[in-house]
Design a binder for this molecule. Structure first.
Ligand SMILES: Cc1cc2nc3c(=O)[nH]c(=O)nc-3n(C[C@H](O)[C@H](O)[C@H](O)COP(=O)(O)OP(=O)(O)OC[C@H]3O[C@@H](n4cnc5c(N)ncnc54)[C@H](O)[C@@H]3O)c2cc1C
Length: 413
């Protein structure tokens, strides 16, 4: 027997994962997206189930690193001048979250959430028949200066303290694993339990196909405004259509802020824009996920090509892309893989939905019954998608989620 209908706004990996959990528990589900499945950040990310990352971005030493990176306009971190004033309040909150006490609490929350992330994905991959899209080759972190090797060792120690395997390797052992590498890397580490998917867009589209088969309705429409009622709310679409719903989830990634604000929750959500290029024939063999922590980008071998990119740009949702950032990352990638070719590559920019304390919002709306939020997953939305789906489904059913939801509450700001 159906437990009633839930409307979800946003058909990214988070909205799809919530739908998957709800439909398995006997709810009827409608997913509404202004374009369709995987229209946002979920289509072009680096494909990592990075559950072994447990440190918040805001950390006591981050400002020293940030100032160095900001000096290079095409470096790993940039603020677009036209957006500098708009991002200032977010930056101040980020700075406030960089103290040791907040970072320790954030780390505990991420250890819990990311610790549950892979098992949640294993369940969802299996039930949806997408388990053949998963690779378990680990991740190789490469450093090319003694200073960056020294500072990254601290993060490896912290990961090990949380039971995560990190195997430090010398330059020779690294090149045995990746024979096409130059001699640029002086050291690094293998994180063997790191997992990735073949291609994040293919995963989303496969999940959407499976969900359709389970009876989930997919609707195209853009929510312009919301009006909360006693229980649930009325969605006003830009097309003029109105939808009444008693159970509603906002999962619109970087575009969720104004929807939550209309429900009385002022969430400090902004976007960290990221860039990449996906190259079908890169002319080099990259055998596993390569992370370059000193340069702020990654090389991710997908079933559709080699994806090179990352970086963080604060520029809001509307400024045009600066494709020179992709060229700059490719130039740096060639220091490690000199034979890398980019012919036929497709460039992409995506909007990470980011909150200054590096934790998502997975929560009931603070003022309205029947409304829930699932956004703000920043660099880890693919990683945390399946566990977010389980937690929101628990909340809708009135059950306590397996992961303590308190650190992810909408009223924590
Ligand atoms: C360069 C880059 C690399 C990344 N790499 C990784 C990685 O390796 N691993 C990882 O875990 N994460 C990674 N991420 C982060 C990850 O991609 C995001 O956190 C995740 O995709 C967010 O998913 P989402 O479903 O919340 O949002 P989105 O995928 O952005 O989906 C939001 C959806 O909401 C819809 N929408 C918006 N407004 C409305 C409206 N008003 N009405 C109706 N629909 C609306 C949009 O059309 C969109 O489909 C990366 C991000 C970037 C940019």
């Amino acid at each position: 027997m159906s437990k009633g209908r839930v409307h979800i706004a946003g058909a990214g990996i988070v909205g799809l994962s919530i739908a998957a959990n709800l439909v398995q528990r006997g709810y009827q589900v409608t997913i509404l997206d202004r374009e369709g499945p995987a229209a946002g950040a979920s289509q072009g990310n680096a494909s990592a189930i990075a559950w072994t990352d447990v440190a918040p971005m805001a950390s006591p030493g981050i400002w020293k690193q940030a100032i160095k990176w900001l000096a290079d306009p095409l470096g790993p971190l940039t603020v677009r001048p036209a957006y500098a004033v708009r991002i200032l309040p977010w930056m101040l909150r980020f700075l406030a979250a960089s103290n040791a006490k907040t970072v320790a609490a954030g780390t505990r929350a991420l250890v819990d959430l990311n610790g549950a992330a892979l098992p949640a994905w294993e369940r969802l991959w299996r039930v949806s028949g997408t388990h053949n899209q998963v690779r378990r080759d680990g991740c190789l972190e490469l450093l090319d200066t003694p200073a960056s090797l020294h500072s990254t060792r601290k993060s490896w120690e912290e990961q090990r303290a949380h039971g995560i395997a990190v195997e430090e390797l010398d330059a020779g052992a690294i090149r045995e694993l990746e024979p096409d590498l130059s001699t640029r890397a002086i050291g690094g580490a293998l994180v063997p339990d790191w997992t990735q998917v073949d291609d994040p867009k293919i995963l989303c589209l496969s999940l959407a196909d499976w969900l359709k088969g389970q009876g989930v309705d997919f609707a195209v429409g853009e929510i312009g405004s919301l009006e909360a009622s006693g229980e649930g709310c009325t969605l006003h679409l830009k097309s003029g259509e109105r939808i009444e719903t008693t159970r509603f989830v906002v999962a619109c990634g970087a575009w969720s802020k104004h929807l939550a604000a209309q429900l009385g929750d002022r969430i400090p959500l902004d976007t960290e824009r990221g860039y990449n290029i996906t190259i079908p024939e890169p002319a080099v063999s990259v055998k596993r996920f390569i992370m370059l922590p000193g340069h702020g980008f990654v090389l991710s071998p997908l079933s559709t090509g080699l994806r090179v990119g990352g970086a963080v740009e604060f520029g809001g949702l509307h400024l045009p892309a600066n494709w020179k950032r992709v060229d700059a990352m490719v130039a740096k990638a060639r220091l490690f893989y000199p034979g890398l070719k980019t012919e036929g590559g497709t460039r992409w920019m995506g909007f990470r939905p980011s909150i200054p304390d590096s934790l998502p919002v997975i929560s009931p709306a603070s003022r309205h019954k029947g409304i829930f939020y699932a956004f703000g997953h920043a660099h880890h939305g693919l990683t945390q998608g399946a566990i977010t789906g389980e937690m929101i489904a628990d909340m809708i059913e009135g059950k306590a989620p397996a992961v303590d939801p308190a650190p992810f509450a909408a009223d924590r700001f």
